[in-house]
Design a protein around this ligand. Structure first.
Ligand SMILES: [Zn+2]
Length: 192
C-alpha cells in the first residue's frame, strides 16, 4: 500500500472573470472529505476546514455571506472556536470578510506575498498576523496542517495545505506557469 494512494487531491479552478454568479445561503453546503476535514461548497467555489476538539482551522472564507453562514454552522454543528484562518492566495473572491469569523482566539495566516498584496490593495479583509516564506506547520488538536509555497502561481503567495493524519491536499486556482490558461473556454475561438 503506497502512502500516496491515500492522498486526496482537491484542485479547484476558479476564475473570477467567469464567475459573477450571485450565491445565496441555500447554495451552501458542507461535506465531509475524510476524518476531521470538511469541504465547504459555495456555488463554484470550494474551501476546506479542519475541526478538532480545540477548534476549527478554516481556509478561505470567500465573502461576507459565506462567512456568516459558516460561522452559524460552526456553532450549530461543532461548537468550538475558530482558531486559525489560512488564506490560499491573495485573490479577493476567496479571502474577503475574515472579520466575520475572527475572534481574539483566531490567528490569520498567509504566505508573505499574499499579505503584501492585501496591504497594498487595502483589501476588505483582515491582514494576516502570521506569515511564512517557504514552509510552515500548524498544530491543532491531534492534527497538523503543512503549508508550503511552491513559487509563482495564480495570484500572489499561493500555497498548498496538507492535512494530517487525513493526507488531504488543498490548493486553489493553480495554473501551469507559461501555459495558456482557459484553453477550453470560448475565448479561444477569438484567437483561432
Ligand atoms: Zn485566484
Amino acid at each position: 500500500m503506497g502512502k500516496h494512494k491515500t492522498i486526496f487531491f482537491l484542485l479547484f479552478f476558479i476564475f473570477p472573470a467567469f464567475s459573477s454568479t450571485i450565491t445565496f445561503a441555500s447554495d451552501y453546503r458542507i461535506e465531509n472529505v475524510k476524518g476531521n476535514v470538511y469541504r465547504f461548497v459555495a456555488d463554484r467555489h470550494r474551501s476546506v476546514f479542519l475541526v478538532t476538539p480545540e477548534g476549527v482551522l478554516m481556509t478561505d472564507p470567500l465573502n461576507e455571506s459565506a462567512a456568516r453562514w459558516l460561522k452559524a454552522e460552526f456553532t450549530k454543528r461543532f461548537n468550538v472556536p475558530v482558531k486559525f484562518v489560512v488564506y490560499s492566495h491573495n485573490h479577493s473572491d476567496h479571502i474577503y470578510e475574515t472579520e466575520v469569523l475572527k475572534t481574539p482566539e483566531t490567528t490569520v495566516v498567509s504566505h508573505e506575498l499574499a499579505k503584501q498584496d492585501i496591504q497594498l490593495t487595502k483589501a476588505a479583509t483582515i491582514i494576516p498576523e502570521v506569515t511564512f516564506k517557504q514552509k510552515m506547520a500548524i498544530s491543532l488538536g491531534d492534527s497538523i496542517v503543512e503549508l508550503q509555497y511552491h513559487g509563482p502561481n495564480d495570484g500572489r503567495g499561493s500555497i498548498s495545505m496538507l492535512f494530517y493524519p487525513e493526507k488531504v491536499l488543498y490548493v486553489v486556482d493553480w495554473i501551469v506557469v507559461g501555459r495558456m490558461p482557459w484553453q477550453n473556454s470560448g475565448a479561444m475561438t477569438l484567437w483561432a
